[in-house]
Design a protein around this ligand. Structure first.
Ligand code: KG4
Ligand code: ZN
Length: 338
């Protein structure tokens, strides 16, 4: 089954052609960072206008790279939400038009499910169910109990900032450019993670929830202090990163202590963080539990993951009607089997 995936939930205009939810024939992502950089964050109106300008060419580009034609596509998959409404509308409208014109089924999927199924792309072995997914992106930080493509439950979530948001805000405090996460990661690699003891905040001993706003605030107060002004930025970056990673690994450990899982999946933009990846890999070796970490191109927003989740959910659900609309607040609950 060849699926054309379209992802426009935020600021990446992405298209992909994926066979059987696994083999990526093409994955194209037009990064809009240059248009948003001078504002220090994503400007929703600019993002939607860029999607309008870029999407048709991105579909053609994916088809060309995959050496295939629209007529060979079996279904269209698109991100329905959550995300920026103006951005989502562009992708959903394009996907509905294509599905109608080609008379092919439309699967409108949840962006967060997509991040989890990025772990199935371009690899011989799929993560064995049930598995725990740690989903850390610019908009979300969650622990998800995944029993199947249509049985997924959020068992821990952030109470305030998402992990990526904490990275971006802390990067800004350090005077780094946008998007801050990858730049902070690079800076931290030259620093000492033990130089400064930032708090490891875990709300309620009994829950799997996360919280990052206190950490960001304590970095801010530290940078305003005499000690902070004299500190090396790379040490601050590395110490902040160590605190984030410690909290995330502690939550994964607790989830495994409470539940029974065959694997752990790391996904979302922050999954490409080098410190988090190496900490999770050593955790997985110590516990002898396989860790599935997609390559960076599938960790950040992309359309291959959208095509993948549509394929895996299509067994259990009907195609969506062409009257469907984008939903910026789409709940996490997976589609219900017919
Ligand atoms: O999943 P994603 O591409 O978009 C959302 O759906 O949010 O995640 C983007 C987030 C941004 O906050 C970005 O700074 C962060 O992922 N990010 C990183 C790294 N690469 C991307 N954070 C830390 N280290 C990285 N290497
Ligand atoms: Zn995302």
């Amino acid at each position: 089954m060849l699926i054309l995936g379209i992802e426009t939930s935020c600021d990446d205009t992405a298209t992909a052609l994926v066979r059987d939810g696994r083999d990526v024939l093409a994955s194209v992502s037009t990064n809009q960072d240059a248009f948003h950089a001078k504002y220090g964050g994503i400007v929703p109106e600019i993002a939607s206008r860029q999607h309008v300008a870029l999407l048709s060419a991105a579909v053609d580009d994916a088809l060309e790279r995959a050496e295939t034609r629209l007529a060979d596509v079996d279904a269209i998959a698109v991100t329905r939400g959550p995300g920026l409404i103006g951005s989502l509308v562009v992708g959903v409208a394009a996907a509905k038009a294509l599905a109608f014109a080609l008379n092919k089924p439309l699967y409108a999927v949840n962006h967060l499910h997509g991040h989890i199924f990025a772990a199935f792309l371009d690899r011989a072995e799929a993560p064995p169910y049930p598995f725990l997914a740690l989903l850390v992106s610019g908009g979300h930080s969650q622990l998800v109990d995944v029993r199947s493509a249509t049985e997924m439950r959020v068992i821990g979530r952030t109470r305030d900032d998402a992990a990526g948001e904490a990275y971006d805000k802390t990067a800004r405090l350090l005077g780094l450019g946008y998007p801050g996460g990858p730049q902070l990661d690079a800076l931290a690699q030259r620093g000492n993670p033990k130089a400064h003891a930032f708090p490891r905040h875990r709300p309620d001993a009994g829950s799997l929830d996360l919280s990052f706003s206190g950490l960001k605030t304590s970095v801010r107060y530290f940078l305003e202090s005499d000690e902070g002004r004299a500190a090396k930025p790379e040490d601050v970056a590395a110490s902040f990163q160590a605190a984030v990673v410690d909290v995330l690994i502690a939550r994964v450990t607790r989830a495994f202590d409470e539940g029974s899982y065959n694997a752990v999946v790391l996904s979302g933009g922050v999954a490409s963080n080098s410190a988090l990846q190496s900490a999770l890999r050593s955790w997985s070796e110590k516990r002898n539990i396989p860790a599935f970490i997609p390559p960076p191109k599938y960790c950040t927003d992309n359309a291959a993951m959208i095509a993948a989740v549509a394929y895996h959910q299509s067994d259990a659900t009907h195609a969506d009607p062409l009257t469907l609309s984008a939903n910026p607040n789409l709940p996490f609950a997976p589609p219900v089997s017919p």
